[in-house]
Design a protein around this ligand. Structure first.
Ligand code: NAD
Ligand code: UDX
Length: 456
């Protein structure tokens, strides 16, 4: 079978590489309109960083995985098409700031229609509002030339930083389609067969197409809600000397709650949570479900508040003046093990501190290439090495939970910094007592500050 992926981004690249690896009998092509991206997928300098991805791509590229900019030709050859184009938040017109911008999806559907002279299976992998497949079916079958398209929804649940692991061993694969027609059932079976090459059958679940679309938005909303919930509690901990890590441990041991996604933080980032929550809010509003829209909106608002609250703490604790002080943002990636900076809390905090005219240094082991693009308008410096970044600094502000930050030589860093030296740990990853012993003033999230000063 010829399998095509349209959109060679964070989802399309790794997902199609995994399918190629697990299904050597199929030929897999990934196309994108972005020439530079495709050139990088065809080089040793892949456009995204993911643990294990280089090895995976090297194993299959040129064997049964191919990257190309020829979208039309890719479609003509394909029997099965996975669509993984971006669906960002709309930034204009009706629904601006909330609704999903489906222009890339719609363009793709039109391209598929133009270049098809035989039946094809089209699978939405992009995250879309519920009932998007109906619109796509209408486009594909408009002025029909007799070609039948089966549109299915198989949302992707992988997370960045663990994409290869998640794709290799997914909790579940969800395939939504039409059980009520013969061609619909056949299409679902064909997609199930692809994943059954490596995913145990009991973890491949089939549903109706609308449930599949809605499950993706719902999963991200629930995950984001947990982070906002623990972050809301972190603020209360800071007022009461309760320790949010102890609270998270205590509640997480209740099987009904579970221990995952209870890590307090400077806030959640990434290209999905905020976008998908806002899409859910818009969807509820558009069906007249105002209370439900407000409920989910609060998860986003709590997150924005957490990032602002964290930045304000930095300002307040440093005597309400940052002008000219060298401050190091440790971590520009939105989470560890990725170079992705989309909606990164580190860069959001950086903007707040820049408003105070801090002399900012951005540091990160993998994300400086993207940070330079995002912060191109800002007067900041980029220094990858934390030791060099900390020279003469007044404060370290940890925004990403990179494992290597835990074991830095903080004695040496302290010696090189301006005094009093501050650490704001927006991920609670450092050894706070040890830092305090060295001489730092330490401000974790949701825990008592360790400082020789009066706290406010
Ligand atoms: P991305 O921006 O990294 O990649 C999308 C790619 O699609 C881009 O390279 C873009 O050039 C390409 N593209 C756009 N229009 C095109 C067209 N007409 N023809 C060919 N290529 C086109 O986005 P992403 O992070 O991979 O996300 C893609 C989708 O998957 C989104 O809907 C997102 O919500 C969803 N998703 C993302 C993640 C994640 O972790 N990033 C996880 C699950 C689901
Ligand atoms: C998310 C979903 O997890 C994934 O299933 C979906 O397919 C895409 O969206 P991703 O955004 O890549 O994945 O990363 P995720 O691990 O969910 O983290 C999102 C943000 O929440 C990060 O900024 C992370 O640091 C933060 N987070 C996560 C916390 O602050 N605390 C936690 O306990 C967990």
């Amino acid at each position: 079978m010829e399998i095509l992926g349209i959109g060679a981004g964070y989802v399309g690249g790794p997902t199609m590489a995994m399918i190629a690896d697990k299904c050597p009998e199929h030929r897999v092509t990934v196309v994108d309109i972005n020439e530079e991206k495709i050139a990088r997928w065809n080089s040793d300098n892949l456009p995204i960083y993911e643990p294990g991805l280089d090895e995976l791509v090297q194993r299959v590229r040129g064997r049964n995985l191919f990257f190309s900019t020829d979208v039309d030709e890719g479609i003509r050859r394909a029997d099965m098409i996975f669509v993984t184009v971006n669906t960002p938040t709309k930034s204009f017109g009706y629904g601006s700031g909330y609704a999903s911008d489906l222009q890339y999806w719609e363009l793709t559907a039109r391209k598929i229609k133009e270049n098809s002279d035989r039946p094809k299976i089209v699978i939405e992998k992009s995250t879309v509002p519920v009932r998007t497949a109906a619109a796509m079916e209408r486009i594909l079958h408009s002025e029909s030339n007799g070609v039948n398209f089966e549109v299915l929804s198989s949302p992707e649940f992988m997370a960045e930083g663990t994409a290869v692991r998640d794709l290799n061993d997914p909790d579940r694969v969800l395939i939504g389609g039409r059980h009520d027609t013969e061609t619909g059932r056949k299409a679902m079976d064909a997609v199930v067969d692809v994943f059954a090459n490596w995913v145990p059958r009991e973890r491949i679940i089939c549903s109706n197409i609308w449930s599949a679309e809605l499950s993706k938005l719902t999963a991200n909303a629930f995950l984001a809600q947990r982070v906002s919930s623990i972050n809301a509690i972190s603020a209360l901990c800071e007022k009461t000397e309760a320790d949010v890590n102890e609270v998270a441990l205590a509640i997480g041991m209740d099987d009904r709650i579970g221990s995952m996604f209870l890590k307090p933080s400077v806030g959640f980032g990434g290209s999905c949570f905020k976008k998908d929550l806002l899409s859910l809010v818009y969807l509820c509003e558009s069906y007249g479900l105002t209370e439900q829209a407000e409920y989910w909106h609060q998860v986003v608002k709590m997150n924005e508040h957490q990032m602002e609250r964290f930045a304000k703490r930095v300002i307040n604790q440093m005597f309400n003046t940052l002008a000219g002080k060298r401050i190091v943002i440790m971590g520009c990636a939105f989470k560890a093990d990725t170079g992705d900076t989309r909606e990164s809390p580190g860069l959001t905090v950086a903007r707040y501190l820049l408003d105070e005219r801090a002399d900012l240094v951005l540091s990160d082991p993998k994300a400086l290439e993207n940070a330079r693009i995002d912060m191109a308008d800002a007067p900041v410096r980029y220094i990858e090495d934390p030791y060099e970044a900390a020279q003469g600094a007044h404060a370290l502000v940890v925004c990403t939970e990179w494992a290597q930050y835990r074991d830095l030589d903080f004695e040496a860093i302290y010696a090189a910094m301006n005094k009093p030296a501050f650490v704001f740990d927006g991920r609670n990853i450092l050894k706070h007592e040890e830092l305090f012993e060295i001489g730092f003033h330490v401000f974790p999230i949701g825990k008592k500050a360790l400082t020789r000063f009066e706290t406010s």
